[in-house]
Design a protein around this ligand. Structure first.
Ligand SMILES: NC(=O)c1ccc[n+]([C@@H]2O[C@H](COP(=O)([O-])OP(=O)(O)OC[C@H]3O[C@@H](n4cnc5c(N)ncnc54)[C@H](OP(=O)(O)O)[C@@H]3O)[C@@H](O)[C@H]2O)c1
Length: 223
């Protein structure tokens, strides 16, 4: 059975995408917290579908190389969903150097590290799909979201470039843009006062799966 790697698969949108994509793939969940990943894996397996999970910090090239190297030897990986992400919000002058590094390391470098590690294996098979979970914060600037928007604009540029670079290789690249979702993403922040108006991650995951043709392009959940 073909497999999909979902980074940040232990909560929020990643966990909801696992539920959707388990309908046609074995789902391999990646994140830093093994117990969250294990819970999602068990939920998928209780439905008679296939899942596995591995602890891996996507900000560490060393860890990504080790875990992905093992996975590509063991599994028939067809798809990589770069979903792991962090958010820190507020006026720019309140940011510390660590805040800036965390956002750029996780959202930008994490996506680049996993993709550059996966590509040689996908190119060998001349088939596969990379899906990058971006945000409407990758489409326009927003108040008190400057560093987060900078990180998501970067992932958009990375994704649009790869669409062109991988044209004709059999590997498709998909960008996904969505607005607010009611997930643990907001737990440590008072940036959003009322999450109840947001879509659930299950709604967004179902729409992504429905609109995912497997071809290169963009999926706009919100604009
Ligand atoms: N929620 C929203 O309103 C919203 C809107 C638009 C786009 N997004 C994007 O959607 C994606 C998913 O976010 P979410 O809303 O589902 O939030 P979430 O529940 O906080 O999910 C983020 C996941 O990423 C994992 N993660 C964070 N840093 C990691 C690292 N260094 N290595 C590996 N995994 C890491 C986290 O698990 P561990 O901490 O256990 O590693 C967590 O499971 C993110 O890219 C986010 O930017 C969210």
């Amino acid at each position: 059975m073909k497999s999909v790697i979902i980074t940040g698969g232990g909560s929020g949108l990643g966990a909801a995408l696992a539920e959707e994509y388990a309908k046609k793939y074995k789902v391999i969940l990646i994140g830093r917290t093994l117990n969250k990943l294990t819970l999602v894996k068990e939920l998928v397996m209780q439905r008679g579908q296939q899942a596995d999970c591995y602890a891996c910090d996507v900000t560490s090239m060393e860890e990504v190389k080790r875990v992905f190297g093992q996975l590509f030897q063991q599994e028939d990986i067809h798809m990589l969903i770069n979903n792991a992400g962090s958010g820190i919000f507020g006026p720019l002058e309140k940011f510390t150097e660590e805040d800036v590094n965390l956002l750029l390391d996780t959202n930008v470098k994490g996506t680049i590290y996993t993709t550059m590690t996966a590509l040689p294996y996908l190119k060998d098979k001349a088939q596969g799909q990379i899906m990058n979970i971006i945000s409407t914060a990758g489409l326009r600037g927003k108040v008190n979201e400057s560093v987060y928007c900078a990180s998501k604009f970067a992932v958009r540029g990375f994704t649009e470039s790869l669409v062109k670079e991988l044209d004709g290789t059999g590997i498709s690249v998909t960008a996904v843009y969505m607005g607010g979702m009611d997930t643990p993403f907001w737990n440590d922040s008072d940036h959003v006062k009322d999450k109840s108006r947001f879509k659930t991650p299950e709604q967004v995951a179902a729409q992504i799966a429905a609109e995912d043709t497997g071809n290169a392009g963009e999926i706009f959940i919100d604009r």
